[in-house]
Design a protein around this ligand. Structure first.
Ligand SMILES: [Zn+2]
Length: 247
């Protein structure tokens, strides 16, 4: 792992923004890049917990982590808005503006961390910005939708979140994911990176309210997941969408 930081003084309060580079030495073909960031919204500490979990995993000796390091270069900014975190803001930077509506205009003076993030090399296979959601439950993603032209890649943006839901069915809710580009979200990292050609461009939401999926899985009559099989008299309480996805 290697790291560098943005020049001191570029941020209004001079707090350091670290960018970590995580990969394995390679002698072969050039690797594609995965860009991950968190805490652009200072109050969303759940995003930091998810980022901590990711870093613990990707730096571990787990076989999957080793394979990922061999295949990709991970550029990680664990805290994009330290000024806002230090002063206890909810969504704003010290400039009093929401940095996750500023990726399109990306001025270096107002949002230096974002300006630098956009300079990361262009061969990016996946971009994901970690947030916390204050009203919903579970972990889910917002993606974009490039599928209105009927092309073969119609559902490409949905594949990675669907895989996540299959691998972490007790935490990640595919049915809570949305794939849209709303006018009000055009300045978000997710939409701007997608428009720069990164199909796998996501906002990850880690709900403050925790998971409701583990309880549903415990009720699932089609187990065997962690909760095993539900008692026969409770099977009618399992929602249709869950039965459809728990095969
Ligand atoms: Zn947020």
């Amino acid at each position: 792992m290697d790291h560098h930081w943005l020049p001191r003084g570029e941020h209004l309060a001079g707090n350091i923004v670290y960018m970590l580079t995580i990969t394995a030495p390679s002698s072969g073909a050039a690797k594609r890049t995965v860009v991950l960031s968190a805490r652009v919204h200072p109050g969303e500490s759940g995003g930091s917990w998810a980022m901590q979990g990711f870093l613990d995993f990707i730096l571990s000796a787990a076989p999957d982590a080793q394979l990922l390091r061999q295949l990709f270069v991970f550029k990680v900014v664990p805290m994009l808005n330290p000024d806002g975190v230090v002063v206890g803001n909810s969504r704003c930077s010290l400039a009093g503006r929401d940095p996750n509506r500023a990726y399109r205009t990306g001025s270096r003076g107002s949002f230096p961390a974002i300006w630098h993030l956009l300079l990361v090399e262009r061969d990016v296979v996946l971009y994901c910005d970690f947030h916390g959601h204050s009203r919903k439950n579970n972990v889910f993603m917002y993606g974009c939708d490039g599928g209105r032209d009927g092309s073969e890649t119609r559902f490409q943006e949905r594949i990675f979140p669907l895989m996540l839901s299959k691998n972490a069915p007790d935490k990640f809710s595919f049915s809570s994911c949305k794939f849209k580009v709303q006018k009000s979200k055009e300045g978000t990292g997710r939409v701007v990176m997608w428009r720069m050609g990164i199909a796998n461009s996501y906002t990850l939401e880690v709900a403050f309210g925790g998971s409701t999926l583990a309880a549903l899985i415990a009720l699932c009559p089609m187990g065997p997941w962690r909760g095993g099989r539900a008692p026969v008299d409770r099977r009618d309480k399992v929602p249709e969408w869950h039965l459809a996805s728990c095969s």
